[in-house]
Design a protein around this ligand. Structure first.
Ligand SMILES: [Zn+2]
Length: 96
């Protein structure tokens, strides 16, 4: 009595080549000595930036705050002027 042991032969899987994992060589960033960083100086806009001198006449480029009076310039935004002193906002009249 011989039991035929039918071994299920596993169908040979198509020879799958093991994916060659390319060893990624860790590239260590080389220490590059930076040249002495030149500190960029923030361009500070002084109050002079708000004036334009033309023909010996200083013209103000920004409107002054109506509340605070002359001497307080309003910040120029794309659609409005605001006063940093009192928070007054004046919208630009959009002309179409
Ligand atoms: Zn103001």
């Amino acid at each position: 009595m011989s039991k035929k042991v039918v071994k299920k032969e596993a169908t040979p899987a198509p020879a799958e080549e093991p994916k060659k994992e390319e060893k990624k060589e860790e590239v260590k960033p080389q220490k590059v000595e930076k040249p002495k960083a030149v500190k960029k100086k923030k361009k500070e806009k002084g109050i002079h930036a708000l004036y334009k001198v033309e023909n010996d006449k200083a013209t103000r480029l920004r409107p002054t705050c109506e509340r605070c009076g002359p001497g307080y310039f309003m910040a120029n935004h794309h659609d409005r002027y605001t006063c940093g002193h009192c928070g007054f906002t004046r919208y630009k009249q959009s002309e179409k």
